[in-house]
Design a protein around this ligand. Structure first.
Ligand code: ZN
Length: 271
């Protein structure tokens, strides 16, 4: 399942193909993914020139000179294919540029979404309305975490997965950041001191930046026909590493199942 770093890497991979280019066509090869495509998507996007690519939480943003933004979410299995030689059954959307480059949005499980929104309304429109700060943005630090977690008795892990507190964090990066910061996932958010919240904010940035860097290096492999954007292999600190050594103290990493998700943590050095 693509997390924030994969979406960031995807956007960076799409940029050289789309930025400044005019959209020659967008072919919607079915009526929906997780939900129906907007009926005016094709008309609004075709002929527009791409002026900026970006990301908000786990959403990729493709802005145009018509003051629209094409918003994509990769769901569970979505990824873009660059200049596919042939289209497959799961290539549900195909974008062609004025240079003749082609991008196919492939999504076997169809949990992804594709929408077009007025750029000016983006911040006030679901899912962006009420979303917390970007973890890699200037608004996110220990002070922001202290404000958001004040008085909260819920476990810090659950609070970090709440998109209103910080945008775009998933289970993998929350587990790894809590380990890096030495904070127990079950600790009540409101009881964590300011110095430790500073460390936590820095740890969140560090695990995301490292993953994006790893994705960027694997991105070089995608510069070929049929290249797929969106997934890369990465070794996690604690995620998926039950029984292996904690990178902080070498004690065995433990896994706990709570509400359908696995929490990986070190019982010895995360307090
Ligand atoms: Zn440890």
């Amino acid at each position: 399942m693509p997390e924030l770093p994969e979406v960031e890497t995807t956007v960076r991979g799409l940029e050289p193909i789309l930025l400044g280019r005019r959209i020659a066509s967008i072919d919607l090869r079915r009526a929906d993914l997780r939900r129906p495509f907007p009926p005016d998507l094709r008309q609004r996007f075709t002929g527009a020139t791409v002026t900026r690519l970006g990301r908000r939480a786990k959403y990729g943003l493709i802005e145009t000179d018509r003051d629209d933004t094409l918003v994509f979410h990769l769901g569970m299995s979505g990824h873009w294919r660059i200049d596919p030689a042939a289209l497959g059954a799961h290539d549900h959307v195909v974008i062609a540029t004025d240079e003749g480059r082609r991008l196919a949005l492939n999504d076997a499980r169809r949990f992804g979404t594709l929408d077009i929104l007025a750029t000016a309304d983006l911040a006030a429109t679901p899912p962006f309305a009420g979303m917390g700060p970007e973890p890699l943005g200037d608004d996110f630090d220990g002070a922001a975490l202290a404000r958001a977690l004040a008085g909260r008795a819920a476990p810090v892990k659950a609070l970090l997965l709440d998109q209103r507190i910080v945008a775009g964090l998933g289970n993998i990066y929350v587990c790894d950041a809590l380990n890096l910061a030495g904070i127990a996932p079950g600790r009540a958010g409101g009881l964590i001191g300011r110095a430790r919240l500073d460390r936590l904010a820095a740890a969140i940035r560090e695990v995301l930046v490292a993953a994006i860097a790893a994705g960027g290096s694997s991105l070089r492999d995608y510069v070929r026909p049929d290249g797929e954007l969106g997934y890369f292999s990465k070794e996690w600190r604690v995620y998926g590493r039950e029984g292996l050594a904690c990178p902080r103290c070498t004690a065995p990493i433990r896994r706990r199942a709570d509400s359908g998700r696995s929490t990986f943590f070190c019982p010895k050095c995360q307090r």
